[in-house]
Ligand binder design. Sequence first.
Ligand SMILES: [Zn+2]
Length: 381
Amino acid sequence: MRYICDDLIEHPNPFGMGLDEAIQKRFEAIKEVFTHHYNNNRIYQKYCNNHGITPDDIKSHEDLLYIPLLPSDFFKELSLSGKEEDIKKIASVPESAIVTYFTTSGTTGEPTKYPFDRDSIRRTSISNVQINRHIGEIGEGDYMIMLTPPPEETQTGLVRGMYMSTKPILNKDDQISFGVREGKIDTEYIVSELNSTNYRPRHLFGPPFAYKKIAEDLIEEGKELRLDKESKAFTSGGWKRVKGEVKREELDEIISKSLGIYKENIRDGLGLTDIFSWLLECSDHRKHVPPWTYVSIRNPNNLEEELEVGKEGLFAFLTPIITSYPSFVITGDIGVMTTGYEEECECGRIGPTVEHRRRAKGMAARGCALVLEEVIALMRK
Ligand SMILES: [Zn+2]
């Protein structure tokens, strides 16, 4: 089935549409899919009723604030048993429509699973491709080396996600390769791949520690690479749990010195794990939210209060592109809005833009824990 969000994600210039158009279309798309989840998901409907909210109450973009949010930990909680029948409880589509369960790995225990139907997979992929094309500025003739194992050798969502959202942009199979071989970052191989390919510009994608390792290997051999003016180094901050975290300024320094990549072309991406999407930085190092996603920063003591640009609070995101489960999420992360909904970024693209700060602790985390208790109690009723 086609939804309003399908027109939005297929927009030829999604970050260049007018601010008013983006606001109106985002509202229409999210309201439509909120209605779908409300009508087709028994648990979510009960939860909304508990909050006294029905689709009729969402009348404008400002009202998106009142759409009841599910805590990230709820998906974790449902996955604890490892049984798919438990996860099916949160599906908004018939069991027969679910074709796969995407997983994210946590720090401990069972991976968190999310039910996907064909349309939700297709839209998630288009959304990430659009972000890589329009914010990452990856073109059809470019070359990309991922500082990861190939997607068939790993379950890591970010590896598969980046592969799936880059490969469709490129013309040929040999425009993408992988720098982790037999479990190790193979600097010699990476350098020889970068030097031998004829595709331009040449980009890299990987976790900070991979760049650090390459830089150390190059220094040891007294080498410095000079990639192309348009070359980009994509990094992902979603790897914090892996030891050897590198500070941003240090990382930018390492990458520009050892690989010869301009600092404005070092682009961090923020993985929104519960919706398998990512937000990518423009040349001004602001992470752009696409017009089909609504991100907002909430007051930890009152989740229905949205905080203004520059104020820290709990990260919430709502997307209409997933119709197989309610992808309206309040996370346990602290973030800040860096460009508002009514503004354009310095780069000329429309906002908003956001920044992730850290995991929530203490009082801020308590807000989420309370919502989690509420949803779990509803499920058991
Ligand atoms: Zn920008």
